[in-house]
Design a binder for this molecule. Structure first.
Ligand SMILES: [Zn+2]
Length: 261
């Protein structure tokens, strides 16, 4: 892997971007490093993006997942099948296109985990955000109520709070202990600057993930399950309330049950 391979992270500034022009910088670790990308790499509990790299001749190369490079800090590896690596020599121009529906699911679930942080005032000790569900583990032993949390999420979604990020230097953090105290998760130190995600009037915490732009864009997300994982861990599992797209989902199931009765 080329040690100069560093990827410009377009998704950190604009989660709405679904594609970008880019060039291959290096091949290795099961994929290709691009000079810039809209693909979010697995991290912070959020799954990586999938999608395709489109070559100048129109050929589409599937991206199965996205990872931070283990060999080169700052490089992002787009995982592709080994047979697809040959046309991705350094310097090759591609159009990088993410799976838009998968990203949309990640953004909706991820933003909902921030709402949960506001609804459940306990430290978080685990998080997983996927296309089909999300879960957040709280360090606490008090019971949580599924319906109460679902109603709390629905209220914050209906209230349409603006969601925005900004970068804060460590000097600013040091000068504003009140800001640090107000964060539901403490910021990491030693990186020079910290990306902070604010849901206006609801939650403020350091976060590098992709979010919706307004809580109303979360739509119908509900708590599907609350689990007691250990004496001091309560797990909240989130799901989409609407039927799965593409195969009839709820409507089809309803018609079938009507026909059977
Ligand atoms: Zn976040």
């Amino acid at each position: 892997m080329d040690n100069d391979a560093v990827t410009e992270e377009l998704f950190r500034e604009d989660a709405d971007l679904t594609s970008c022009e880019a060039r291959a910088l290096a091949v290795g670790e099961g994929g290709v490093v691009l000079d810039r990308t809209v693909f979010y790499p697995l991290g912070g509990g959020q799954a990586g993006d999938t999608g395709a790299l489109v070559l100048a001749d129109g050929r589409r190369i599937a991206v199965a997942d996205t990872r931070k490079s283990k060999e080169r800090p700052g490089a992002i590896v787009h995982l592709v099948a080994e047979a697809d690596l040959a046309p991705l020599a350094p310097g090759t121009a591609v159009q990088a296109c993410i799976d838009v529906e998968r990203r949309r699911a990640h953004r909706r679930f991820h933003t909902t985990t921030h709402l949960l942080c506001a609804l459940v005032p306990h430290p978080v000790d685990g998080c997983s955000i996927t296309r089909d569900y999300a879960r957040l583990d709280f360090h606490m032993n008090e019971p949580l109520d599924k319906e109460t949390l679902t109603a709390g999420i629905a209220r914050l979604v209906a209230e349409a709070h603006a969601v925005r990020h900004r970068w804060i230097s460590e000097e600013e953090l040091d000068a504003n202990p009140g800001l640090v105290r107000s964060m539901s998760v403490q910021p990491p130190r030693g990186l020079g600057r910290v990306r902070v995600l604010e849901i206006e009037g609801v939650d403020l915490q350091p976060c590098g993930g992709t979010h919706v732009n307004n809580t109303r864009d979360i739509g119908a997300v509900v708590v599907t399950k609350i689990e007691k994982k250990s004496a001091m861990t309560r797990r909240v599992v989130l799901g989409f309330a609407e039927p799965a797209a593409g195969c009839g989902g709820f409507l089809w199931g309803t018609l079938m049950s009507v026909q059977r009765t």
